[in-house]
Design a protein around this ligand. Structure first.
Ligand SMILES: [Zn+2]
Length: 133
């Protein structure tokens, strides 16, 4: 187990719970809105190929990007909860070092220490061809 105190763990868990609720509410709200829109389209007699078009529009829309980000956040929180249960929360998944509490306060779902995160992002940028030569 990491050296996080019970108080610190409680605070970080609280941050994640609040974020979980917020994201879930947003996902649900958007899902409901789309359901309503789709129902209206069906009622209006939109043909099947038009529905495909509508789905493609949704996939490209800003809302879809928001939902995707929300789902990613919720997944990150679920993963952090699993790390808490496993007793590995607060430890870097790459070097097994301790993640600074200040970093966890800013990013409660952080799974890497700042050094490994920077290294991870540098490698990712290189792979995607965005890195320095
Ligand atoms: Zn690390």
């Amino acid at each position: 187990m990491s050296r996080l105190t019970e108080d610190q763990m409680r605070q970080l868990s609280g941050l994640m719970d609040a974020r979980w609720d917020r994201e879930m509410k947003e996902i649900r709200g958007i899902a409901e809105r789309y359901r309503d829109e789709r129902r209206q389209e069906v009622l209006a007699g939109r043909a099947a190929d038009r529905l495909d078009e509508a789905l493609a529009e949704i996939a490209l829309s800003e809302t879809y990007a928001i939902v995707r980000q929300d789902i990613e956040d919720v997944r990150d929180i679920a993963a952090a909860r699993r790390r808490i249960a496993a007793g590995t929360y607060g430890n870097c998944t790459d070097c097994d070092g301790e993640i600074a509490y200040a970093r966890l306060q800013a990013y409660p779902t952080a799974k890497r220490c700042i050094r490994c995160q920077e290294e991870h992002e540098r490698r990712k940028a290189m792979r995607e061809g965005r890195g320095a030569p």
